[in-house]
Design a protein around this ligand. Structure first.
Ligand SMILES: O=C(O)[C@@H](O)[C@@H](O)[C@H](O)[C@H](O)CO
Length: 402
């Protein structure tokens, strides 16, 4: 079965998505997500200029060889653009292999390790009481795990605060929106938020929180310690993870579990954090960490250290990534949780999918392949709309981490 064509499809049904479609001479095709939020066209160019030409004529069944060829063969290894492009190819080839075998992808990976995939939803409120209500709404919808983010008094445009309700979308403008960050206000506020959430919703619901890379190591240690009485499922991205030694310091001070990895693109980014047991959950995703092929390797390494998978699943990861991630999650022995930010109805219509939500769990479905397709005619109706992620500054104007 040879690759006969490969095409990049860019569409904006509410937000931008980049999709790679690989066709074979056997008539079977596969779909891969190649979306890198705010940098979409860089991946489009990488795929069109450097990847598609070397795919034509290759044996579609040789997934590992294609991965190694694109990774080693480029000489310039790693990086989000390269690894997102490799992920798109890898995901499309796994889709083809599973379709050709007439099996859902999770069967090819080794079969289901569980009945369903525990997911967490996003409750975002402008203030404490609205966030308490939003968490309640998710509990009513059946969620067993909810991430809570709230507006912080005195902080304009805090991360995670909804403009709409169900569909938080930070990439909102052609030029980056400027937000202001205030660590003191944030650190004074967050423990009060979780105290109130536990008071309102009791001890059993799993609560998560995303710090979004904004603290210094000692501040993150302080936050983790302050949150201990409220038993978080995890505290996500407490510090920017380029400085991995920071996690040693944080770990000495708190037993609040830590999740990191959504901006990682290689197993090498994860290695020290996993081997030194500095994190509890690894958040690498199918789309940004080189596809199913590398994600399996990361998960196997993590399993040796009781680190569990908690894949990134924001709306900027397309339904194709969600579908592929759910097959991975259903199989992976060391599974923790899957992030699930619902896509809009427009996005769902462009990407018909087999996965379904029921009572706090998602199931990838049993359609052959990863179970997600693209309606190309509909996709054409939504042209690319350039949007970038916001930036953050401290009150005195200093650039900070958004
Ligand atoms: O935990 C998360 O899902 C976030 O950190 C993301 O929403 C992140 O901000 C976006 O994926 C950036 O594109």
């Amino acid at each position: 079965m040879k690759i006969s064509a490969a095409r990049v499809i860019v569409t904006c049904p509410g937000r931008n998505f980049v999709t790679l479609k690989i066709e074979t001479d056997a008539g079977v095709y596969g779909i891969g997500d190649a979306t890198l939020n705010g940098r979409e066209k860089a991946v489009v160019a990488y795929l069109e200029e450097h990847v598609v030409p070397v795919l034509i004529g290759r044996d579609a069944a040789r997934i590992e060889d294609a991965w190694q060829y694109l990774y080693r063969g480029a000489y310039w290894r790693r990086g989000p653009v390269t690894m997102t492009a490799i992920a798109a190819v890898d995901t499309a080839l796994w889709d083809i292999k599973a379709k050709a075998a007439n099996m859902p992808l999770y069967q090819l990976l080794g079969g289901a390790s569980r009945e369903g995939v525990l997911v967490y939803g996003h409750a975002n409120g402008a203030d404490v009481e609205q966030t308490v209500d939003e968490v309640g709404r998710y509990i009513e919808m059946g969620y067993k795990a909810v991430r809570a983010q709230s507006g912080v008094p005195g902080v304009k445009g805090a991360y995670g605060v909804a403009r709409g309700t169900m569909y938080y979308e930070p990439a909102d403008s052609a030029l980056p929106t400027e937000t202001v960050w205030d660590t003191t206000a944030y650190l004074n506020f967050v423990p009060k938020l979780f105290e109130r959430l536990r008071e309102a919703h009791g001890p059993d619901i799993e609560l998560l929180h995303d710090v979004h890379h904004r603290l210094t190591p000692i501040e993150a240690a302080r936050l983790g310690k302050a949150l201990e009485p409220f038993r978080l499922f995890w505290m996500e991205d407490p510090t920017p993870a380029e400085n991995q030694e920071a996690l040693r310091l944080i770990r000495q001070h708190t037993v609040t579990p830590i999740a990191i990895g959504e901006v990682f693109n290689s197993i090498h980014d994860c290695r020290a954090l996993i081997q030194e047991q500095l994190i509890d959950y690894i958040r690498t995703s199918v789309v940004h960490a080189g596809g199913i092929t590398q994600l399996r390797r990361i998960a196997d390494l993590a399993s040796l250290y009781q680190v569990r998978a908690g894949c990134h699943g924001a709306t900027d990861l397309s339904p194709v990534t969600m579908g592929a991630a759910l097959h991975f999650d259903l199989w992976v022995p060391n599974f923790g949780v899957q992030e699930y930010m619902r896509h809009t109805a427009e996005t769902d219509a462009v990407f018909p999918h087999a996965y379904r939500f029921s009572d706090g769990y998602l199931h990838p479905g049993d359609a052959p392949g990863h179970g997600v397709d693209i309606d190309e005619a509909l996709a054409k109706k939504y042209p690319y709309d350039p949007k970038q992620l916001p930036v953050a500054r401290l009150k005195d104007g200093t650039m900070w981490n958004w």
